[in-house]
Write a protein that binds this ligand. Structure first.
Ligand code: FE
Ligand code: FE
Length: 189
C-alpha cells in the first residue's frame, strides 16, 4: 500500500485528533527506523495504520477475535487491548496488506509481547513517545530511545509503567503484557 492511500483510509475512518496522532506515530517510527536500521517504509505504514480500529464497536471486535481465531484471552479485555489485534486483521483481510512484520506491529502495539521484532518495538515505543505525548516519564523514555538508543530497555520501561498504572486502578493485565515485561526484564542491559 502507498503511504498516501494509507493516510486516506485512516483520515476517513478516524477523528481528526486520532488521525494526527497516527501521523505523528508514523513520523516518529520513521525517525527511529533510521536510528535502529529498520525498514522505513514498513515503519511508516504500521505507524499510520496502528490505531485504525481504535473506535470500532466492542461487539464487532469480539466477533473479529472469534472469526479470525485470535488469542481467546482477548475476550476478557476491552478496546484498549483489542484495537491492535482487530486493526491488524482488518489490514490483512480487508486491505490486503500481506506483510507479517506490519501485521505483528499493529497487532501488538496495544500489549507488547515477548520476542518482538524490531518494527514491533519501534511502533510500540513510537506510540508512547510521539511529540505530543505528555505523560509523566515520557522524556525519560525519549532519552532512552534517542540518547542511549536502547530499544529493549525502552520497551521494558514503558511496559513496567503501563502495568503499574493498570494495577493502581485495579485493572487486569493481559497475559502478553506480562510476557513482555518478563522477557524485556531479562534481555535489557
Ligand atoms: Fe493504539
Ligand atoms: Fe496510538
Amino acid at each position: 500500500m502507498k503511504h498516501k492511500d494509507a493516510q486516506e483510509i485512516v483520515k476517513e475512518k478516524l477523528p481528526e485528533k486520532r488521525y494526527k496522532h497516527s501521523k505523528r506515530v508514523a513520523e516518529t517510527a520513521v525517525e527511529m527506523a533510521k536510528i535502529f536500521e529498520a525498514d522505513v517504509d514498513k515503519c511508516y505504514l504500521a505507524g499510520i495504520l496502528h490505531d485504525y480500529s481504535k473506535y470500532d464497536e466492542l461487539s464487532e471486535m469480539y466477533q473479529c477475535v472469534t472469526q479470525y481465531k485470535l488469542d481467546p484471552n482477548l475476550l476478557s479485555f476491552k478496546s484498549e487491548v483489542l484495537h491492535g489485534p482487530v486493526a491488524a486483521v482488518k489490514m490483512r483481510e480487508e486491505f490486503r496488506i500481506d506483510d507479517e512484520e506490519i501485521y505483528q506491529a499493529i497487532m501488538n502495539h496495544t500489549s507488547g509481547r515477548s520476542h518482538m521484532t524490531l518494527i514491533e518495538k519501534i511502533i510500540f515505543t513510537a506510540d508512547y513517545i510521539e511529540p505530543k505525548r505528555t505523560q509523566p516519564g515520557v522524556d525519560y523514555i525519549r532519552d532512552i530511545v534517542f540518547e542511549e538508543q536502547n530499544l529493549d530497555f525502552a520497551v521494558y520501561e514503558i511496559t513496567k509503567s503501563n502495568i503499574l498504572h493498570l494495577v493502581s486502578k485495579d485493572r487486569s493485565i493481559y497475559p502478553r503484557t506480562l510476557d513482555c515485561l518478563n522477557y524485556y526484564n531479562m534481555v535489557k542491559e
